[in-house]
Design a binder for this molecule. Sequence first.
Ligand code: GLY
Length: 371
Amino acid sequence: MSKLINVKYNKKPCYDICIEKNFKALAGKIGEIYEGKKKACIVTDSTVGPLYAETLTNAVKDCFSEIVVFTFKAGEESKNMDTVQDGMEFLLKNNFTRKDVILALGGGVVGDTAGFIASIYMRGIDFIQIPSTLLACVDSSVGGKTGVDYKGYKNIVGAFKMPRLVYINTGLLSSLTARQYYSGMGEVLKYGLIMDAKYYEWILDNMYGIFDLKPSILEEMIEKSCLCKQKVVESDPLEEGLRKILNFGHTLGHAIEKHVNFKLLHGECVALGMICAAHISWKRGKISMEDFFEIRDMMVPFNLPITIEDIDVKEVVKLTKNDKKNDSGSKKAKFVLLSKVGKAVFDEEVSDEEMLTALAEIHYTEEDMKA
Ligand code: GLY
């Protein structure tokens, strides 16, 4: 059964999130948005493009006067201004005007980069998010955050640009590697922990359906996650306050991601970051020791890491100061912490010592392994 969520921006209906099993309903949805024919540019990467660009082109060929495909090399290292420039040159070469549309087909890197191109090309053109990873379905395709990395800072150049439509085709998820799929579970678990204890229980209760990508469970999980995200972004679209809770696990998560040079996936780093943030919450008496260990152990069935080997923890702490999620000038990192399972608080100043103690909980050295 398909699902539809309407997301408001400034209290007005802004875009739909459609959750479907295939592309059959996409042409109809595009027809509801646009009268007359426009050109479309599918922006995708070298992993997703060869798998799905043609299927997508066929699914929407009657909606557009012309469809072109811009493909860039898959990976976080492409999320930069060079790709943005190449994308804009491609649009110029193909005579795209402000009336035309970008279709972002891919995971978080594609959605963020294509969305950013859409936000600046000719002062902004429309874009549609067609996420192909679990992580992009439940998080990055919703809420209008777009951007790229710059000079070692993650997502530091960007814009808020709302998509015209988020079309989730759950059929695309079947080609994900197990590792990529479970990486998305990091963001799914995040919603339960920060804002919905009942959802957290639901995830535990439906663990086996989640493992097996059971279509009804998968759809329900994506819907529940998108409803959580909708609630937050409608109340604080530009991250002036509440939206910061979505960064739970991301301060140390981003630092670890960068420290290991993106060898771990985003959701895996967020899982480690969430364990550290839960540890700090426990040490501050906000949650119990039992809660902390339950949160940590909850990552295990979803193949998310709870330890990491041989990192330079001091270097990781240093990298948190490079995270844009911290206010500049502040000596202490600002964290999202838990006040209980299902409730988060934001803008909590955390000292380097607290971070180092939390990192000691997840960090194993070669010596530890021998002992
Ligand atoms: N991914 C966090 C946010 O959209 O705010």
